[in-house]
Design a binder for this molecule. Structure first.
Ligand code: GLN
Length: 207
């Protein structure tokens, strides 16, 4: 395991034993997120129907294909319950396509998102030749050691409202990690890094 786990105090340890984190399991890399949660000793449940959101302490919207995911969310009637949860201090982690789903606007595609986070994102933003790449990304909120960030046809954050804190930028200044209250987003795939720090950081929003 790389890095340290951030849930260290005994209060946090007691709390985390009772936590239930849902992972939206309509499409994309939900199994990988569930594995990370299991490695952290957290109960992770796949969410395939809106009723399965009941009783959760937080939710992860994984990477995948945001258009597919949003159209499945619509078919399975997730849009309204997810909007309500995300607007009520319920912790949600959105990674890659999950970040696109949470954004209030997508600058380069006509698409309807959940629109709960005050960010404008650009989809498939890194151009063809480098539309997948990896970077050692400094994320001060995770500690001194950079995070090995895997970008797969990733979006980036073009604009962010005043309530949004940008937590990481690429070396050219492109914003790729942000937080607004209990909503946390990353343009990359933290579940593929073999580093538990990102998910631990999110769990702190849950506690
Ligand atoms: N290109 C995808 C989208 O915008 C995101 C890719 C990913 O999640 N790895 O939906």
């Amino acid at each position: 395991m790389v890095g340290r786990v951030y849930l260290s105090s005994s209060v946090a340890d007691r709390e985390k034993l009772h936590m239930k984190i849902g992972v939206l399991a309509l499409q994309g890399s939900f199994i990988e997120h569930m594995r990370v949660m299991q490695r952290l000793g957290i109960e992770a449940l796949p969410v395939r129907l809106p009723g399965e959101l009941d009783g959760l302490d937080g939710l992860i919207i994984p990477g995948g294909e945001s258009t597919t995911m949003l159209s499945l969310m619509k078919s399975f009637r997730f849009i309204q319950p997810l909007k309500e949860l995300a607007q009520s201090e319920f912790p949600v982690l959105g990674t890659c396509a999950g970040m696109v789903c949470l954004a209030k606007q997508v600058s380069n595609y006509e698409m309807e998102t959940l629109a709960v986070m005050d960010i404008v994102v650009r989809r498939n933003a890194f151009g063809r030749q480098i539309d997948s790449f990896e970077a050692e990304l400094p994320v001060p909120a995770l500690g001194d050691e950079p995070f090995h960030a895997v970008f797969i046809r990733a979006p980036f954050i073009e604009k962010a409202g005043s309530q949004v804190e940008i937590l990481a930028k690429l070396s050219d200044g492109t914003a790729v990690v942000a937080r607004q209250g209990k909503l946390v987003v990353a343009a990359f795939h933290p579940e593929l890094a073999n580093d538990l720090r990102f998910h631990s950081y999110f769990l702190e929003a849950v506690i």
